[in-house]
Design a protein around this ligand. Structure first.
Ligand SMILES: Nc1ncnc2c1ncn2[C@@H]1O[C@H](COP(=O)(O)OP(=O)(O)OP(=O)(O)O)[C@@H](O)[C@H]1O
Length: 585
């Protein structure tokens, strides 16, 4: 036996695979990397170490009796035959190109456990900035390159509960350590915990060579709802409510605008623009009210829906504020309905892309959790955000705007988006459609990969990337920050006595600094529309604008077509607000 060898090649050998009689089963196990010296060629230049991987392993023994085994007396297992099937990965030539042998290996050649240098070099694990974990079964660090991950996008796919948001947060921590700007679409309030240092035993931290760390000062959580609905949020998130165009408005609830409605809106906007330098949605509602057609009531109704979401403001959250070096802005959708979420994602991502194109913001990454909801595959559903996410997926890399797509339903994400992801981190997947969707998007995926994905243990991911030669399994490192996606303990919750929820939903005043819009009297409304719903409308006095000292006459007074939502009142919000943001918050 050659010193250090862990097995010997036997039987028929090929240039892609061979079998090995295993001598040291602690080193030769399924997935292990091995090396073998290849000197079958007469050309000495081709003599080199070749990397292989154990794909399957079998054990047999004839040297015991059933009776002996039944009594549990089979202590000596040294005669067991262990045979491993090795797949050859190859070697790097002097130009760094991957080469596979062209002449089969010689039976009788010894194999050895691979060393870190050869494994790294042949697999192409050459990134050195982002530590995401260890190559499964080894102490070899798997590091990704920031440029490659951000420019070429990445996806994190797995069935629910398999560690998607955990793994995504590991990547986000690494990006934050490099001060990469992040904008995180967070439908389940999972990412604010990045602020808090992680907990866990010291051994786990030291195994991965990391220490607990919170990113408190780098994380800002924004709520598109309100601070009473989402008390953990740091800031309100608002969209621009001034001088909205037909496109801005129709993109909010596109299904609610027919061509006729769009025409009415267009005309109203033209008239208001001719009269006023700046206008609000109230002004548009008023102007549409002047229209002679019956269709105006539908337009008014949709405009009122938009107004009542409370998302529009004269003091919008700027993209420059959200996307800054060393900052992660989390858009926490707690309490926001799916329709409104898509609209916000569409609007936000459009501004992000435009600002990046104009170099108004630094290069960085957009993170979309539950991406199948914002960019669904054709035939599953339709949302307003699909187009812009597709655009960012296909063009973002030109402008240094990366996208991290996270989903538990790969089959339901738009293929154009998924196929643009240069790095895929995949955890356990069992749904056949999802497996098919994943393997369709991966080059050279064998049935081995699909089987492996079905069996992955928690915390282990398959990393597939343009940068590496073949999919590798990674033991994802422990998080530095606290994990925020813990499941709810139903039994514990049922046994805990909790005080009853507050009876009334309190909607605070989001916009105390909001200047009162200048309004003019609303023409008489159709009775069925004009009758305010008692729990929805609170009348506020019309604001009189005093004439200026210089004697210039102020613009004509506008009156709200319907009184706006209560400012600070316990009755604020009303049915529509409840419908959009949920009643129990
Ligand atoms: N690499 C890891 N190391 C340690 N624990 C992990 C790891 N990955 C996942 N876990 C554990 O698995 C659990 C589920 O992970 P996570 O919340 O990320 O799943 P998910 O796929 O995002 O679930 P969901 O679809 O419900 O959002 C977590 O509570 C976490 O403790």
């Amino acid at each position: 036996m050659v010193r250090g060898s862990v097995g010997v090649i036997f039987g028929e050998t090929g240039t892609f695979e061979f079998k090995v009689m295993v001598l040291d089963s602690s080193k030769v196990y399924r997935g292990a990397y091995i090396k073998v010296w290849h000197d079958a060629s007469s050309n000495e230049k081709d003599h080199t170490w070749v990397l292989g991987q154990v794909m399957a392993i079998k054990r047999s023994s004839d040297s015991f009796s059933i009776e002996e085994a039944m009594k549990g007396q089979r202590a000596d297992k040294s005669d067991d035959k262990i045979v491993a099937e090795i797949m050859i990965i190859g070697s790097r030539d002097e130009n760094g190109m991957l080469r596979s042998p062209v002449i089969p290996f010689s039976p009788g050649s010894p194999i050895f456990a691979s060393d870190e240098g050869l494994t790294r070099a042949v697999l192409g694990l050459t990134g050195n900035e982002m530590d995401i974990g260890l190559l499964e079964g080894t102490n070899i660090k798997v590091q990704l390159s920031v440029n490659s991950l951000v420019q070429k996008h990445c996806s994190i796919l797995a069935k629910t509960g398999s560690g998607k948001s955990y793994t995504a947060s590991v990547l986000l921590e690494e990006l934050l350590d490099q001060n990469i700007p992040l904008l995180i679409i967070d439908p389940h309030s999972e990412y604010s915990s990045l602020k808090v240092p992680g907990e866990g035993n010291e051994e786990d931290f030291s195994r991965f060579g990391v220490v607990p760390k919170g990113y408190g000062s780098k994380i800002t959580v924004y709520t598109p709802a309100s601070k009473s609905l989402n008390p953990d949020a740091d800031e309100l998130f608002r969209l621009n409510g001034m001088n909205l165009t037909v496109k801005d408005l129709t993109s909010i609830f596109p299904d609610n605008f027919s061509t006729t409605h769009t025409g009415i809106l267009y005309e109203a906007i033209q008239k208001v623009r001719a009269e006023m330098e700046t206008y609000t949605i109230e002004d548009l509602i008023f102007e549409v009210g002047n229209d002679k057609s019956k269709a105006k009531w539908n337009v008014i109704s949709v405009l009122e829906q938009i107004r009542d979401t409370g998302i529009l403001s004269p003091n919008p959250t700027s993209i420059e504020e959200l996307f800054q070096k060393g900052k992660a802005s989390v858009i926490d959708f707690k309490g926001v309905t799916p329709d409104l979420q898509s609209m916000i994602v569409a609007s936000l991502c459009t501004s992000l892309f435009e600002a990046r194109k104009l170099n108004h913001i630094p290069p960085g990454m957009l993170v979309v959790e539950e991406a199948h909801n914002y960019a669904p595959e054709k035939g599953f559903s339709k949302t307003t955000s699909t187009d812009i996410l597709r655009t960012i997926a296909s063009e973002g890399r030109k402008f240094g705007l990366g996208m991290m797509v996270i989903s538990q339903r790969p089959a339901r994400i738009d293929k154009n988006v998924l196929s643009q992801c240069g790095t895929q981190v995949i955890m356990k997947v069992t749904n056949p459609n999802d497996l098919k969707a994943i393997s369709k998007g991966l080059e050279g995926v064998t049935s081995y990969v699909e089987e492996e994905l079905m069996r992955l243990p928690p915390g282990v991911a398959m990393l597939v990337s343009n940068e590496i030669e073949r999919p590798v399994l990674v033991d994802i490192r422990i998080r530095k920050s606290k994990h925020g996606g813990e499941s709810v303990n139903v039994l514990k919750a049922a046994r805990t006595v909790t005080p009853p929820p507050p009876s009334a939903m309190i909607v605070e005043n989001h916009e105390t600094s909001r200047p009162a819009p200048v309004r003019r009297p609303m023409p008489e409304l159709h009775p069925s529309v004009s009758e305010p719903e008692s729990d929805m409308i609170i009348n506020i006095p019309v604001v009189d604008i005093p004439e200026t000292a210089s004697g210039i006459t102020p613009p004509p007074k506008r009156q709200p077509s319907r009184a706006p939502r209560a400012e600070n009142g316990a009755e604020g919000g009303g049915k529509l607000f409840k419908k959009l943001f949920g009643a129990n918050r």
